[in-house]
Design a protein around this ligand. Structure first.
Ligand code: GLN
Length: 483
C-alpha cells in the first residue's frame, strides 16, 4: 500500500479498494516503525489524521470525489496548523501552537487531504542539508550517512522512504528542488505569488514560495492544484486563474524549445552529473524537443546577491521572535535587554544567528548601498537574463545541484561551501520563476536531479515536460533499499 502514488491512491479510493482510514493507519504504523532511522517528522498528528480520514471516507460515501479526498500528506513544520506545534525547526518555537491554519493547510484540508504530521526542516528554512534543525539532522533514505538536502529535508526523506505519498514544502533558494534531487523525488517551486504565503512562517518574504514534493510530476500536479490560488490575506498573492494542472499532462513535446545555459557546465559541476544531464537532454530530444544553447551571463553573481538579500529579509522577519511577542523566553531576566539577548541567544541556533547578523549588517546605515542595494540590482540583472532567454526558448534545463548529497557533517565547518551548492536553484527565486526538479539517475547510489525552469505561471508546462519524461524513464520509480 505504501508504494502507491497520490494518483493511484485516488483511483483506489474511488474504486473502494480501501478506505482512507485503512490507508492512514498503514502509513502511521510505517512512520512509527521506520522514521526513527530518518528523523523526518517533528510531530505526528495521529488523532487528527484518523479524524480527517474518517471524514473523507464519509464524504466519498456521500458521493463526493476529488483527487485529494482522503489522500495522506504531511506539512513542512513552518506551515501554521491550528492547535498543533509549528516549530520551524527551532527551539525558539518549540512551544508554539499556531492559533490558525495557513491558507495552504486550510485549502488542502478542505480538499479532503489527511495530515499525518509535521515534517522536520532546517531551522527557519535556512540550510541545504537539514542539519540545522533543533530536532536533529534528517537522514537520506538512499544512504543514511548522507544528508537529504534542505531545508525541506524532512518532507523529502519521508516521501522518498514511502512513509507517505507527498508532502508540502517551501523553496526560498532551492529548498523544494534540492532535496527532491537528493532523494529521487519530483518537486516544484511555483511562480512567486502562485501559492499563498499566509500562515507560512517567513524566512525571506520576497523569495519564499510553497509547493509540492512527491514522487511523480503527476502527483505534483495533484498537490499543487490543492495549494495554488489567490489569497486576499497575502498581499503578494497573484489573482490569476489556476489552470487544471492534471489536464496539462498530455501534451506532446514535439517542437518544444529547450534552452541549456552554457554557464551551467562549469568546473564546479560533478562530471558524472553532467553526463546524466546530457542523457536526459537526449531523452527529451527523442520525444521531439529541440535543444538550444543559451547564456545566463549574470548567474555568477547570484549567490552573493542571494546571500545578502535572504539574510537581510530574515533579519527583519525574525525580529518578532524576541521572547515577548513570540518565542522562547529565557529564565529570570534581569531587565528588558537581558530578556531579549538571552531569549534570542538561547532560542536561535548558530546558522540562524549568523544570518541575522549578516542581514542586519547589510541593512545598516552606511552599508545599505554597498550591499543590499547592489544585491537588488543584481537581482534585476538575473531576471533580465531569464526574460531574454525565454524570448528564445520554452524551458531552461540543467542540473539541480552541482554534486550529489554530501555526508552528514561534511560542510558543517564551512557554511560558504554549503551556500555554493545552491548555485543552480537560487536564480529562479531571485527572478520569481517556477522551477521543477525531477529524477535523472544515480551517482554512487545517490540520486541526481535535473532542473527545468519556465516563464511565469507556466507550472503546467513544467509538469507536462516532467510527466512526458517520466512516461519514458523509470528513475522516479526506484525505491531506496530498506524502505
Ligand atoms: N539553502 C538556501 C538557504 O539556506 C535555500 C533555503 C531555502 O530554500 N529555504 O538560504
Amino acid at each position: 500500500m505504501h508504494q502507491m502514488t497520490l494518483a493511484e491512491i485516488a483511483r483506489g479510493l474511488a474504486d473502494k479498494k480501501f478506505s482512507s482510514e485503512e490507508l492512514t493507519k498503514v502509513l502511521l504504523a510505517r512512520i512509527t516503525q521506520l522514521d526513527p532511522q530518518l528523523n523526518s517528522f517533528i510531530s505526528l498528528t495521529e488523532d487528527l489524521a484518523i479524524e480527517q480520514a474518517k471524514a473523507a471516507d464519509a464524504r466519498r460515501a456521500n458521493g463526493e470525489s476529488g483527487a485529494l479526498l482522503g489522500a495522506p500528506i504531511a506539512h513542512k513544520d513552518l506551515f501554521c496548523t491550528l492547535g498543533i506545534r509549528t516549530s520551524c525547526g527551532s527551539k525558539m518555537l518549540d512551544n508554539f501552537k499556531a492559533p490558525y491554519d495557513a491558507t495552504v493547510v486550510a485549502k488542502l484540508a478542505a480538499a479532503g487531504a489527511v495530515t499525518l504530521g509535521k515534517t522536520n526542516m532546517d531551522e527557519f528554512a535556512m540550510g541545504s542539508a537539514n542539519e540545522s534543525s533543533w530536532y536533529g539532522a534528517v537522514k537520506n533514505p538512499w544512504n543514511l550517512e548522507h544528508v537529504p538536502g534542505g531545508s525541506s529535508g524532512g518532507s523529502a526523506a519521508a516521501v522518498a522512504a514511502r512513509l507517505l505519498p507527498a508532502a508540502t514544502a517551501t523553496d526560498t533558494g532551492g529548498s523544494i528542488r534540492q532535496p527532491a534531487a537528493f532523494t529521487n523525488l519530483t518537486g516544484l517551486k511555483p511562480t512567486y505569488g502562485r501559492v499563498s504565503r499566509w500562515g507560512m512562517i517567513a524566512y525571506a518574504s520576497s523569495l519564499d514560495q510553497g509547493g509540492p514534493l512527491a514522487r511523480t510530476a503527476e502527483d505534483c500536479a495533484i498537490l499543487l492544484q490543492g495549494m495554488a490560488g489567490f489569497d486576499p490575506n497575502d498581499s503578494t498573492s497573484i489573482d490569476e486563474p489556476v489552470p487544471d494542472y492534471s489536464a496539462s499532462l498530455g501534451e506532446s513535446l514535439q517542437g518544444l524549445r529547450i534552452g541549456v545555459p552554457k554557464e551551467y557546465f562549469s568546473a564546479g559541476l560533478d562530471p558524472r552529473i553532467a553526463e546524466l544531464i546530457q542523457n536526459s537532454i537526449q531523452q527529451l530530444q527523442k520525444l521531439g524537443a529541440v535543444i538550444k544553447e543559451i547564456s545566463l551571463p549574470n548567474m555568477q553573481h547570484a549567490i552573493p546577491a542571494y546571500y545578502v538579500i535572504a539574510p537581510a529579509e530574515a533579519s527583519s522577519n525574525l525580529s518578532r521572535f524576541d521572547g515577548v511577542r513570540f518565542g522562547h523566553r529565557c529564565e529570570n531576566p534581569e531587565n528588558l535587554i537581558d530578556l531579549y539577548k538571552r531569549s534570542r541567544g538561547e532560542g536561535f541556533g548558530a546558522e540562524v544567528q549568523r544570518r541575522i547578523m549578516v542581514g542586519a549588517y547589510a541593512l545598516s546605515a552606511g552599508y545599505y548601498d554597498a550591499y543590499y542595494l547592489k544585491a537588488q540590482k543584481i537581482r534585476r540583472l538575473v531576471k533580465n537574463d531569464f526574460m531574454a532567454a525565454f524570448n528564445e526558448v520554452d524551458i531552461i534545463l540543467g542540473p539541480t545541484t552541482p554534486n550529489p548529497a554530501w555526508k552528514l557533517g561534511a560542510k558543517n565547518s564551512d557554511p560558504v561551501a554549503a551556500y555554493l551548492e545552491d548555485v543552480y536553484t537560487i536564480t529562479a527565486n531571485l527572478a520569481g520563476l517556477p522551477g521543477l526538479s525531477m529524477p535523472a539517475g544515480f551517482v554512487d547510489g545517490l540520486p541526481v536531479g535535473v532542473q527545468l525552469l519556465a516563464p511565469y505561471f507556466q507550472e503546467g508546462r513544467l509538469l507536462n515536460v516532467a510527466h512526458q519524461y517520466q512516461l519514458n524513464t523509470d528513475w522516479h520509480t526506484r525505491t531506496p533499499t530498506g524502505f
